[in-house]
Design a protein around this ligand. Sequence first.
Ligand code: BDR
Ligand code: CA
Length: 313
Amino acid sequence: MSPRPIIIDCDPGQDDAVALFLAMSSPDELELIGITAVAGNVPLRLTERNARVMCDVADRRDIPVFAGAEKPLIREAISAEYIHGETGIDGMDIFDPETPLQSQHAVAYLLDTLGAAAPSSITLVPTGPLTNIAAAIVADPQIIESIDEIVLMGGAMREGGNRTPSAEFNILADPHAADIVFSCGRPLTVMGLDVSHKVLSTPERVGRIGDLGNAVAEATAGMLSFFHRYDTEKYDSPGTPLHDPCTVAYLLRPELFKLKLCNIAIETESELTMGHTAVDFWHVTERPHNANWAFDIDADGFYKLLTERLARF
Ligand code: BDR
Ligand code: CA
């Protein structure tokens, strides 16, 4: 079978970076046809630079990288330097990448690529705020026909929010964009905090990755060691949650996850609960199913997969 074409829309971010590496490690299953960057964890000029750094580190300078939205559709931008560091990828050696930034805007790239693609042929993997994807859908609603599936990281149900009591960062950062994406009608698979908080990057797991000795593994271990400090204190846990790679791991090994078809609605009005993902897990409303919500994961299987794949570099 030919590899599944994917576009990763991201805001690297240490965990976005690991998601990129995991996708690049798996060319038999996934063809990473493009990377679109969005403002999120840090401003756009850093997220697009960081995406290109990962292409250099993985020796994949052939993957086109596009810069997209600098701010959310409606709300003011929020960021997360207090978690990711001023660069977004603190913990690794950062340099000026050779991988070029494409001149085309990320939204124009999404419109062109999806506009020209066969029905249900491209999978979108958003790991940041959903601004780029929503802007493309609004500009040309027809493009959704080309989307096979959207596998995204965002939202929370049982875990509660990580940025406010109600909201997870990616959804809070652009709730109006999230509302558009969650209502778009294409198959949606959602990796929220309920699963990402189960995949803890403990020092033992990060150590096994560091021991691999290649450049990608070293960058990963460095970033995850930095990432460790904030979340382990916040959650009083032995390791930091590794959010974004859950998306790519799902594409590679869906059997590692437990999922349930639900309705998920996004709060866009209440300031108190802005960005809340109302997951109708027990089907207590008549609202139609619009998303496959991941609620459990085999964490050891996830780290085994990640470590095996990073060994390939
Ligand atoms: C999400 O927010 C960002 O800080 C991470 O990169 C991840 O995408 C987790 O809430
Ligand atoms: Ca992210």
